[in-house]
Ligand binder design. Structure first.
Ligand code: FES
Length: 220
């Protein structure tokens, strides 16, 4: 997530801290070793596994990933700080990503962003007091023809209006899509139950804007 400020005079985590990566998480990472020519190439899958398991990738987790992949911790941090997908501090259960690029901006995206911030009382990269939502903006979410777009978890909400926001946020299934699952990444649907027969649960997609599902993505 962009720049990571560090106080070089303080250790990033206690040297005697117990390992943060469980054996199960390490085993998931090792699973990828045979799929790639080098351990270094496993870095991105490893980061996904760790973030899915822990919710974010802490400095200690970066160090342990580096040991596992036999690379320097700074290389892990380089990658973590390059991709906005990875969080270095705890985030809410669901991450809302609002598009800030031109098509969404031209069609009222800023008003949608303002509505989300006001409704949740959060700033960018902030998390609600109850830990449910974290909020951030991002460049184009690849839904320009349905702007303005909001991505909640894995679910894209299209043509969102500011007045849609309260209903959208109140929907328990607003972050799920129906999709084949792999147990490699502990996908959300594997942890939570469905509420309407779809693996992702959810109900407001039909009533608030338009929402993509796996069939729609395949046909695109
Ligand atoms: S500009 Fe918003 S999705 Fe592309």
């Amino acid at each position: 997530m962009a720049w990571i400020p560090l106080d070089r005079n303080k250790p990033a985590f206690p040297k005697d801290a117990p390992p943060i990566l469980t054996e199960a998480v390490r085993e998931k990472i090792r699973f990828f070793f045979s799929r790639y020519a080098t351990r270094r190439a496993v870095l991105l899958p490893a980061l996904h596994v760790v973030q899915d398991a822990l919710g974010h990738v802490s400095m200690q987790a970066m160090t342990e990933i580096a040991e596992l992949l036999e690379i320097h911790p700074s290389e892990v941090m380089d990658t973590v700080s390059f991709y906005t997908h990875f969080w270095t501090h705890p985030k809410g259960k669901k991450v809302i990503v609002a598009c800030r690029s031109i098509s969404c901006e031209a069609l009222g995206g800023q008003k949608v962003i303002d509505a989300v911030k006001q409704h949740l009382h959060v700033r960018e990269h902030g998390t609600t007091a109850d830990g449910t939502y974290s909020f951030m903006t991002e460049e184009c979410l690849a839904g320009c023809d349905h702007a303005p777009c909001l991505l909640i978890g894995e679910r894209m909400h299209k043509q969102v209006k500011p007045e849609d926001v309260p209903k959208l946020l109140a929907d328990a299934g607003n972050d799920r899509i129906a999709a084949p699952r792999s147990d490699l990444f502990d996908a959300p649907a594997a942890k939570g139950g469905a509420s309407n027969g779809r693996p992702g649960g959810g109900s407001s997609a039909e009533t608030v804007g338009a929402t993509s599902d796996i069939r729609e993505m395949r046909e695109a």
